[in-house]
Design a protein around this ligand. Structure first.
Ligand code: IPM
Ligand code: MG
Length: 369
């Protein structure tokens, strides 16, 4: 059995707890013989700032470059609210994404049958929901220059962020979306705001061209991002693959997360381009943040983190069967009644992070053993 080199970056807040839950599942994967890993652990975010004076030390970045895949928990928290902008915990995560060129962020929003009641929407609207959000992750307003606050003559200030996209950046994310759609229902919706943004005009033009030249057999729909937000809560099952820019993707994926019952359920994969040897850089992380309000209390839902591990098996190592078994184990644990507080309905006794992770690990052993 091949052994893979994983870099674990638990980070801040609930990050270390959900990462510990994920490690319990890693052990179960080893035991069942599905896959085996060498792991290294390092710091990112606020904890890295406290230890090294930087939210991402150069040595950590190098380890990230050397790893076969990275699993990250969460960054940020009120403790670091006052630090300089360039040292905020989020800067560590953004630097990782940018330096590793992880331009394709896959955020699958799946509503597990057992959780349809936990969604803020009616059961019939979300039951069976299976959307893949493809978010561009290394461009747009997150990284565009200038990005600054200047002081004007009268002493007031002027802030500017820059939304910028090039043809090549749009092309490569469009290819990722269409390639995924080809393996799913064949439908892509592309969200932008060409009605008010030049970057939206170019986005639409390039996606249209990539579609016509390479994927004419698939269906493409263009949708304005605000309408897309509305449609996601009105009739979410109309979407299959949804491709969009960095900022719209950030917002739309949080909406999609709530459709599935809880932000604690959404995993994600951030992928680079495939190199000549068929390998690609990749970082996997839950979509939820560091949730400082519940950190350290064994309350957080580890499923988004465990689901991120399943994505790692699938997208980094081609271990589709192991990934299916792990996704199945999550489904089994949920149908067996395991619920953390965020997904426990009325009259259900919630269990903690550790117990939820153990339930998934047990379900995995039961499936494979
Ligand atoms: C996400 C997060 C990050 C983002 C933050 C933590 C910088 O919200 O991954 O969605 O805005 O991209
Ligand atoms: Mg976000």
């Amino acid at each position: 059995m091949a052994s893979y080199k994983l870099l674990l970056l638990p980070g801040d807040g609930i990050g270390p707890e959900v990462a510990a839950g994920m490690q319990v599942v890693l052990e179960a994967l080893k035991e069942t013989g599905l896959a085996t890993f060498e792991t290294e652990t390092d710091l990112v975010g606020g904890c890295a700032l406290d230890a090294h004076g930087s939210p991402l030390a150069d040595a950590t970045l190098q380890r990230a470059k050397d790893a076969d895949a990275i699993l990250l928990g969460a960054v940020g928290g009120p403790k670091w609210a006052g630090v300089a902008y360039e040292n905020r915990p989020e800067a560590g995560l953004l630097r990782l994404r940018k330096e590793l060129d992880l331009f394709a962020n896959l955020r699958p929003a799946i509503c597990y049958p057992a959780l349809a009641e936990a969604s803020a929407l009616k059961r019939e609207l979300v039951e069976g929901l299976d959307i893949m959000i493809v978010r561009e992750l290394t461009g747009g307003v997150y990284f565009g220059e200038p990005k600054e606050i200047t002081v004007l003559e009268d002493g007031s200030k002027r802030a500017v962020d820059t939304q910028v996209y090039t043809t090549a950046e749009i092309e490569r994310i469009a290819h990722v979306a269409f390639d995924l759609a080809g393996k799913r229902s064949g439908r892509v919706a592309s969200a932008e705001k060409h009605n008010v943004m030049k970057s939206g005009v170019l986005w639409k033009e390039v996606v249209t061209k990539v579609h016509a030249e390479h994927y004419a057999d698939l269906q493409l729909e263009h949708i304005l991002a605000d309408n897309c937000a509305m449609q996601l809560v009105r009739r979410p099952k109309q979407f299959d693959v949804l491709v969009t820019d960095n900022l719209f993707g950030d917002v739309l994926s949080d909406i999609a997360a709530m459709l599935t019952g809880s932000l604690g359920m959404l995993p994600s994969a951030s992928l680079g381009a495939v190199d000549a040897g068929g390998l690609r850089r990749a970082l996997y992380e839950p979509v939820h943040g560091s949730a400082p309000d519940i950190a350290g209390q064994d309350k957080a839902n580890p499923i988004a983190m465990i689901g991120s591990l399943a994505m790692c098996l699938r997208y980094s190592f081609g271990l589709g069967d192991a990934a299916d078994a792990l996704d199945g184990a999550i489904t089994d644990a949920l149908s067996g009644g395991a619920r953390t507080a965020d997904i426990a309905g009325e009259g259900t006794n919630p269990i903690g992070t550790r117990a939820m992770a153990a339930a998934v690990a047990d379900a995995l052993r039961a499936r494979v053993g």
